[in-house]
Design a protein around this ligand. Structure first.
Ligand code: NI
Length: 180
């Protein structure tokens, strides 16, 4: 188990457009180690998504895992651990919806971010198996958030209403009083 350091907002790697991975690179033992470490790091931090740039690797790779049985985000439909290489998003529903987001690179803060309600995303797993799925609601939001990381965008850059952006313990004192 190797938990890597998560870079925080302000680190230049987070603002960089990550380089797409070649098939050889994605299948390499180095990438396998990176993915294992990212899973360990995600679990240790208690998050649901992590992109390679957040651990200092400027490559188009991200992981998402939504555990069954809900989380601090409320009841959610689970999503098994998925590793995305070179994901691309196609918007199916142009309408957007605002909801609270947080980010492991922006600890302690939350903000309402408008995201497309429905998307199709395509990419590959590290062994080259194609991924082609549609997602809506929270799933679509998480995928859009992680893909943003691969293009140097962090969610605070998408906040429009700054009355709904701030410290979690100030915005939600009742939530943060609960140990989780
Ligand atoms: Ni994030």
């Amino acid at each position: 188990m190797a938990v890597r350091e998560i870079l925080k907002l302000g680190h230049p790697v987070l603002r960089r457009v990550a380089r797409p991975m070649t098939a050889e690179e994605a299948a390499s033992s180095e990438t396998r180690q990176l993915v294992e470490d990212m899973v360990d790091t995600l679990h240790a931090a208690g998050g649901i998504g992590l992109a390679a740039p957040q651990v200092g690797v400027s490559r188009r790779l991200a992981i998402i895992e939504i555990a069954a049985g809900g989380s601090r985000y409320g009841e959610l439909e689970p999503m098994p651990l998925t590793v995305f290489v070179n994901p691309e998003i196609e918007v199916i529903d142009e309408r957007t919806q605002g909801y609270w987001e947080g980010c492991l690179s922006v600890p302690g803060l939350r903000g309402v971010v408008p995201r497309h309600r429905r998307i199709r995303y395509q990419g590959f797993d590290p062994l080259g198996k194609p991924i082609d799925r549609e997602a809506e609601g929270f799933h679509a939001r998480v995928v859009q958030h992680e893909c943003d990381h691969l293009f140097g965008t962090l969610y605070p850059m998408r906040v429009r209403d700054f009355s709904r952006f701030g410290y979690t313990d100030v915005l939600f004192p009742e939530l943060t009083a609960r140990p989780d």
